[in-house]
Each structure stands twice: as C-alpha cells, then as structure tokens.
Design a protein around this ligand. Sequence first.
Ligand SMILES: Nc1nc2c(ncn2[C@@H]2O[C@H](COP(=O)(O)OP(=O)(O)O)[C@@H](O)[C@H]2O)c(=O)[nH]1
Ligand SMILES: [Mg+2]
Length: 388
Amino acid sequence: MSVFAAVMTGKGTGAIATVQLFGDSAQTILEKIFKPAGTISAEFQRGKILLGDIIDGDNAIDQVTIGCEGQNCFAVNCHGNPLIVADIMKLLQKHGVKLITTEQMLCKILSEDKTLNTIAIEAKLAIPKAKTVEGTKILSHQIRAGLTKTAENWLQNIDRLSLDKIAAEAQRILQASQIARLIIYGSRIVIAGPPGTGKSTLLNYLSGREKAIVTGIKGTTRDWVSATCQIGPLAAELIDTAGLSEDLERERANMESQQKAAELITHADLILLVLDISEAGSRLDDRLIEVLAGKKTLTILNKSDLPARFDLAKLPQSLTNTVRISAKTGDRIDKLLAAARKTLGVTNFDPAQPVCFTSRQQSLLQELSTPKSKDHTRSIITELLNRW
Ligand SMILES: Nc1nc2c(ncn2[C@@H]2O[C@H](COP(=O)(O)OP(=O)(O)O)[C@@H](O)[C@H]2O)c(=O)[nH]1
Ligand SMILES: [Mg+2]
C-alpha cells in the first residue's frame, strides 16, 4: 500500500507546521529520514512522541517531534517556515510518498476509525469549513446525536415504526436543514429597491468598507457589488443590485442590469428591499413586486434621519415586514440585523436537532420521505449510516 503525506496546518508562516504521514509503510519511510536525538534507533510505538532530525543523507533539514498516532499514522511537527515544510515534502516525494490535500488526508484517517459512521465523517470534514461557531455546533451534534441517532433509531425499530412516520420525520429534518444550511454555510442577502434609496450606502455600512459607489445621481450601481458581513452570528454575502427602475422604457439601456438583479433576487436567501421614506412619490415597480413574490423579504424604510413623507399604506401586504433605519447615520442598524435573522428563521435554532448538511444525505432523506417498501427504507437508512 502507498504512503501518503499532507500538510495539515494552514498555508503561510507559523511557529510550527504539521505534516501527516499515513499508510502501511509510513514507519519504513520514517526510519529512512528520521534520526532520533540521543539514541541510535527510534521506537515508533503508538502514543509516543519522538524528538529528532529529519535528514536527507548527511544533511539535517529540521528538528522535529513525531507523534505516533497509530501503526500507520504519524504527525511530523516541524518548524513553521514554509520553505522547511516544502523541503520535507520534497524529501518525502523522493522516497515515493504520494502528496495529497489536507481534506483527502482527513478522509483517510477518519475512515480508519471504525466507530464513526459516514454522517460522522462528513460532519468532521465539514466542521473546518463552517462559517460560524453555531454552525460547528450543529455539525458536532450530528456526530453522535442528531442525524446519526435518528437514523440509528429508525434502523433499530424499523419493524415497529410505520414508513409514514419515518417519512414525516425525514421531511421535518429536510425542512430544518434549510435553516441549518444558512447557519453552517452562510446566507446570500440581496439588497434591492428603486434607485437612490440608499442600497449602496447600506452595503457599505454593513460591510464596514467602501465597496459600493454612493452618489446623489440615481442609477449609479449599474452592475452588482458584493461584500461579506456578519449578521449577528450569521455569516452573509451581501449583494448590492442596480435598482429595478420604475420606468423600464426610459431605462432601456439599463435592461441588462435589471435582468441580472432579478436573477440575483431569485437565488437569494433574503431580500432587503430598501425604500426612501423621505420621498412621497417613489412608486414600487410591479415587476419588482412580482420578482419578490414568495421570497423572504425585509422592507427597509431608509433615511429615517429625514422627515418621513412615504405613505406606508401604499405598501402591498407582502412587503409589510418593515424596519426603519438610517443607513447614513447607522441608526437602528441593530434592529435591522435582528429583523434579518428573524426573517431568515435562524433565531433560537436548536443545534442538537437532526439535520442533513451534504447533498448525499439530502438526496437519501428525500428518498425516505416518499417511502416505497420496508426493504427499500431499510436499505436507504443503512446507506445513510453506511457502517463498515
Ligand atoms: N439622509 C440620508 N441620506 C441617505 C441615507 N442613505 C443614503 N443616503 C443618500 O442617498 C443617496 C443615494 O444613496 P445610494 O446608496 O447611492 O443609493 P442607491 O442608488 O440605492 O445605491 C446618496 O446621496 C446617499 O448619501 C440615509 O439614511 N439618510
Ligand atoms: Mg447604488
């Protein structure tokens, strides 16, 4: 069997870096390139930490410690200069070791652990990629509780449980997973609304940077600009669109950006519809209202620092989830963030509840939610857990 190596620590300079070695002949490789301090030969016993030099013939590359994690698994901790790490990787390659990515290495190590099912492995692989601490908590819960526990219960009691009950539960999990996805992987929030209402000002305020151009001339944001921001504990990608204009005929040249804005809205998790409350006359475009139908929308009544002239009674029923702010002064932005979280449905989410978080799990749960036979349900649950 081949020996594999991967750099497990982040790119760039650090105090130390870790190179993981994995494979049946990993020890044989180390015997060739590791010279223990003080003694003649090293004892690569599980649980031991060894000190010594990584050597290329007579040339010592770096002093390291080696954590013996298993018969075929070793963590080589070297100094964190990327040039030293590169030298060690080159040396390993010279000895026939295959270089793989951190994620591939994690997959190999985790698959060795026979106490983990596939859901648990997927959770451990997803944890480093989660966008929020809350997201990591949700994923951690799925390892021994959450989805793992639910699937194990189904399997154990399959003769007692009705297929409809399992199907209903699978559907509930799929629904909760839509919210979990936003917490784990972040959400996409599109800022829409007529020109000049303060969309770009709001994006700049929320992202803490001057990303979008703000001017007094309507229709300055011809294309779209995006920035990341933190909505409470929620990571969000904010997208500023060109204003969907009131008079499409007059703005024919702007058609392409209008089309793009409509497309962005369709794929967003939440829309912040920005209106200028200091203007009495700004009429909402019917096309915009149409595009927003069925989307989670929060209507931002902006420019609260100016006298209010906008008649709220003009708002269609679907857009009455409102919050009044000033994007210029930052007044009541905290209320906007709280309202955004509430509209997205991420407040008070119990991280211990079962959720799915990979497309593999999602499609299996979808199959469970339309049951065919007991045998079929049993085989899908087994595949979901996929124990070795
Ligand atoms: N008084 C006041 N002016 C604002 C506010 N938000 C934006 N503006 C101004 O409104 C104009 C248009 O803003 P902009 O962000 O470019 O609007 P957009 O076209 O919707 O992106 C600019 O002159 C901003 O300074 C606000 O809360 N209060
Ligand atoms: Mg703009």
